[in-house]
Each structure stands twice: as C-alpha cells, then as structure tokens.
Design a protein. Structure first.
Length: 369
C-alpha cells in the first residue's frame, strides 16, 4: 500500500508540473489572440507556482503580455496601471534566471520598452511632472542596461541618463539626482558636473560640491565654461575667497570679459572691500561703458560712500567741531558728485527704476543741483 501511495503522489506531482507549464504556453497563445485577461490569469498563476516560478520562459512571456497591454491601451478596454513596470521587472527576472535562453528574443521588446519609457518621461517632463518624469526616464536607462547586458556593443543613451538626473533634481529628489548625475560624470557628460555640485550643496555637502567642480576643471582643462560653472557653484556656496581666486583665473585667460570683472567687483563690494570693488568696476566699464549693471553698482557704491560721510557729519554737529563737519561734508558732496554720472547713465539705459531715481533725486537735493 505504501508503494502505491508513492506512485500516486509522483503521478500527481508530474501532472501539476505539466499543468503549470501548459499555463505558460496558454498565456502566450491568449496573448496572440488579444485575450489579455486570460493571458494575465494564466501567466500570473504560473509564476506563483513553485514548479514554474523559476522558468525564464514564464517571466519572458509575462513581460511580453504586460508590454503589449500597455502598447494597446489606447484601443483596448483593458488598462493596467504600472503595466510597463511589470513588464520591465518580468524581463529582468527572466534574464536573471537565464540570460542566454531568451536574451536574443527579448532584445526588440526591450527596445520597445525603453522607447515607451522615454516617451512617457519626456511627456511628464514637459508637463513639469518631474517625479513621474524621473521614474520613467530612470526606468528607460535601466532597460537600456538590460539591453547592454545582452549586447555589449549597444550604446548608452547618455542624453536620457542626464534628463533622468535633471528630472530628479527638479523634483528635489537629491539622493536620486546625485546618483544619476554621478553616472553621467563617469561617462564625462559635461552638463552633469555643475548640477551634481548643486545637488551636493542642497544636501549640505560643500566639500563634495567643490570636489566635483575641481574634477570638472581638471577633466576639461581647455573648457572655459567649466571654470565659470565652478565660479557659480562657489558663489552659491558662499565660498567667496575661493570664488575670487577662480574668477581671477578666468580673467587672466579672458582679460576683456567685462561680466567677470563685474562679478568680481560685486563680490568685493559684498565683502565690504568697496575700494577694490570700485577699482574693478572701473576696469569693467573700460570694456563696456554702457553696461547697466556695472554703472548701477558703481553709482550705488559711491552713493553708499557718501552716506557714510553724511553719517560722520551728523556725529560731528557740535559747534566746536565745525572744521571736522565741513571736511566730511566736502567728502560727502564729492562722493555724491562722482556717483551721479553712473546712476544717470544706468537710468538712461533702463528708465523707470525707482531706486535709481530716488538716489539721483537725493544727490541733487543734497548737492544743490
């Protein structure tokens, strides 16, 4: 009796395995006739059964089913949320079980999957749905990675990799953005360095941000824009001494760059080194005399110098200090007179600036003009 029981169990086990394998093939057949509900039922039962859960074919067919459902969602009554993700995960599982068995057959479908993710990601990015854009574009790069695991000669789509990183950055997903931008810098994608440094600043890691830009400048020594990007990052990080050094290097390479002169002067002004600032503004105006920003900054700096002298006058209003008072008044009026041409020039190039017009009016009133 015991032997008979064992034989019956063996027959039952064989029959179960056969039934589950049949479900795998049935799922594919149902797919061929667009009977998606039956295809899904059969394939999901198959992958949940221990006897077929490790069959690469089952996972490969599952990927095909969900990919096809997503592709036909516009003209089909069936719509499954996350169908693309299910397809991707199924293809990955099949390759993990045995990459050689269905890898070559899977290639065109992986290509279709990647394109669909790209399209979804671009659509979401343009709609400013940055989290959704990152999800789709990142999965596109993951799919491309599966393609390269099968075909080592397949190219890496660095543009989509960068846009995935940028979508994460726009969504303030700093951890994901950093990882994606780092992947970009490994293939020396130029535009990634600056945004990676900004991401690190957002994460509170100034040291890493500086290291990234130092690497960028070292990797692309002939690219002037990398030094500019480093300067921008240092200003954002409020590392003004380092920024001054970087800007000076830029000016040494491009001494006729008035914009760099203006930025250098504005840093000096911000740090309270007003004399250095004004000397730098003069150099900038020698390059571009009509620049609104430099004229406005130069005029404002001299105006503030006059205000300081005016405050000194008020501190010495005592009749016994008439001489000191008169000295500061003369210095104040001189600073106001020096400021006026710059402010007037700025006002003429961009009329209607209330702050400018207020300073001009004040100067004329104080100096009797």
């Amino acid at each position: 009796m015991k032997k008979l029981t064992l034989i019956c169990l063996a027959v039952l086990s064989f029959g179960t395995v056969f039934a589950q394998k049949a479900k795998v093939n049935s799922a594919k057949n149902y797919l061929n006739y667009d009977e998606f509900d039956k295809a899904i039922q059969n394939i999901n039962e198959a992958i949940q059964d221990p006897t077929t859960a490790t069959m690469p074919k089952a996972w490969y067919y599952r990927g095909l089913i969900y990919l096809t459902i997503n592709q036909k969602k516009q003209d089909s009554v069936m719509h499954i949320t996350g169908a693309l993700d299910t397809a991707l995960n199924s293809f990955r599982r099949s390759l993990a079980l045995n990459a050689e068995e269905f890898g070559a057959d899977m290639m065109p479908y992986l290509g279709q999957l990647s394109v669909q993710y790209k399209n979804d990601g671009i659509f979401a990015y343009n709609a400013k749905e940055y989290k959704n854009a990152y999800h789709a574009l990142n999965n596109s790069t993951l799919t491309d990675g599966l393609i390269r695991s099968i075909n080592k000669e397949a190219a890496l789509d660095t543009t989509m990799l960068f846009y995935a990183a940028q979508a994460a950055y726009m969504a303030e997903m700093n951890k994901e953005a950093a990882a994606a931008f780092e992947a970009c810098t490994k293939v020396k994608y130029k535009d990634a360095y600056k945004l990676l440094s900004y991401t690190y600043l957002s994460m509170g890691d100034t040291v890493k941000a500086i290291n990234v830009m130092n690497e960028a400048v070292s990797t692309f020594p002939e690219d002037h824009n990398m030094l500019i990007a480093k300067k921008d990052m240092l200003l954002r990080a409020k590392r003004y001494a380092d920024a001054v050094s970087t800007i000076q290097t830029l000016i040494d390479k491009d001494p006729k760059n008035g914009e760099l002169m203006m930025i250098l002067g504005s840093i000096y002004e911000f740090q309270g080194e007003s004399e250095k600032a004004r000397e730098t503004f003069v150099k900038a105006l020698a390059i571009n005399p009509d620049d609104y920003d430099v004229n406005e900054m130069m005029g404002t700096s001299l105006y503030n110098k006059a205000v300081i002298f005016n405050n000194k006058m008020l501190e010495n209003r005592d009749p016994s200090k008439v001489k000191i008072y008169d000295e500061f008044e003369a210095k104040r009026n001189q600073a106001f007179k020096e400021a006026l041409p710059y402010l007037v020039k700025a006002d003429s190039s961009k009329p209607g600036q209330a702050d400018l017009q207020k300073m001009i009016k004040k100067i004329k009133a104080m100096t009797g003009q």
